[in-house]
Design a protein around this ligand. Structure first.
Ligand code: SF4
Length: 252
């Protein structure tokens, strides 16, 4: 399973984001997420090693400052500074302050680089989290199914999850965000089933994100009976939305 040994790692090449410096705000030796997705590259939550320590604002600022300064001195190109890592970055209690520091350091060393956050969108209703997400260039928000049941199967939320509240939280962006959706087939779920796909397209129409990223399985998954989509299948599934003018990036 995917593991990051440092708070700041890379740059790694990402097809979506170019030369990307990654930031892991979650425990170094575990996974911390309020979802437990059947496809999570970090494995099941229960397989984390119980490490719950997270870096604070000063830890991240000094690690990122050092890395950016080093890369700048060596002439290394960076397109993106991306928050991903071992779980949901917005669960770090210092997330809002860390975003402010990251934007400050980006402006100092790599003013053209984009700051991106990959989030499962569960905390978008929190005012401090939403305001922090509005400061970054690319808030990339996950929505993998169009019903509570579908999300229960694919994302397995812990605690209370209210799909309508998450959609209302995403509406606050006024379309200025990127919606990310995993396309997969599991024994009791199919992204392209008529009911799910119709509901998902309606959510896209309601939210009008500036971009939709659809992608499929790429690495080892904790649930074994999953089937990936082909690029053609994904393209067929989103054709109607493309015809309606939505910008859709497909990653097979
Ligand atoms: S939201 Fe992301 S980190 Fe959390 S379980 Fe799902 S894939 Fe893993």
């Amino acid at each position: 399973m995917l593991r990051f040994d440092n708070i700041v790692f890379g740059p790694i090449h990402s097809r979506r984001l170019g030369a990307s410096l990654g930031i892991n705000l979650l425990p170094e030796h575990g996974k911390l997420c309020n979802f437990d997705c059947i496809y999570c590259e970090c494995g099941w939550n229960r397989d984390g090693r119980g490490d719950r320590s997270m870096p604070g604002t000063s830890d991240v600022a000094s690690a990122l400052g050092a890395k950016l300064s080093e890369c700048s001195a060596k002439g290394i190109h960076i397109d993106s500074i991306t928050f991903s890592g071992h779980g949901e970055p917005t669960l770090n209690p210092d997330f809002p302050a860390i975003i402010s520091e990251t934007v400050r350091l980006r402006d100092e060393f790599y003013p053209d680089a984009k700051v991106s956050v990959l989030s499962n969108a569960t905390t978008v209703c929190r005012k401090d989290v939403f305001e922090a997400l509005c400061k970054v260039d690319n808030p990339i928000m996950k929505l993998d199914a169009s019903t509570r049941d579908g999300i229960g199967i694919v994302n397995r939320p812990s605690g209370r999850y209210d799909l309508e509240s998450v959609i209302e939280g995403l509406e606050q962006f006024g379309g200025n965000f990127i919606l990310q959706t995993m396309f997969l087939r599991a024994p009791s779920f199919d992204t392209a089933s008529e009911g799910n796909l119709r509901g998902w397209a309606d959510i896209v129409r309601r939210l009008r994100p500036r971009e939709v990223m659809v992608y499929t399985l790429d690495r080892e998954t904790p649930e074994k009976d999953l089937v990936k989509f082909t690029e053609d299948e994904m393209r067929a599934a989103v054709r109607q939305l493309e015809e309606e003018g939505f910008m859709i990036q497909i990653r097979g």
